[in-house]
Ligand binder design. Sequence first.
Ligand code: DC
Length: 225
Amino acid sequence: MTKINIAIDGPAGAGKSTVAKTAASKLQYVYIDTGAMYRALAWAALNHNADIQDEAFLSSLLRRTNIELQPSEDGNRVFVNNEEVTGAIRSNEVTAAVSDVSAHAGVREQMVNKQKELAAGKGAVLDGRDIGTTVLPEAELKVYLIASVEERAKRRHLENIEKGLRSELQMMQKDIQARDEKDAGREISPLIKAEDAVEIDTTNLSIPETADRICELAEERIRKS
Ligand code: DC
């Protein structure tokens, strides 16, 4: 059967990664968590005590760093120079640094090239902020997930608690709002809905319901392609 690429974008906490992973597994597609790639670089930068505003250093660090995603039951396992950082890249420190790290043109250019290569064989579901607009503007299916700030903060808060991380609901709301502003306000590849993306509001939808909707849309596009 023809395979397509699926781009899933949206703000932090809209449910992109869980939904993308679930849809990929239903369709037997590869799931690529592009946010994890930026997080891996942010983790490496913090490990080097780097200044996260230093674009030249971060671009050169990325050229020297091997970031690998491996499929697993729980999404992507992430490796930096063969060291597993799957859990470490979800820390509050990495989360606080990643928007700044990902705003640099020299970083984005390299990341976008890697992501295009990973999706070149088709049959991939990528989630991120600029997939439908920049990484895969030719993707056969583009989805833009949204949810209210309150709902997104609640989801991140519960996720943190489940992982045994420190978490406070009000802080989560502020953090989500701040990240929305940074991700949408940056000059290069800001978070923006592609014109031809299908918008799905997940505030009152479960993960399986959202993933099912995406699979239906995918099957429609496959039939048409
Ligand atoms: O999806 P996430 O929260 O794990 O992403 C972490 C950060 O990486 C997010 O603040 C914005 C950035 N990001 C990006 O700029 N472009 C992408 N394609 C994916 C993530």
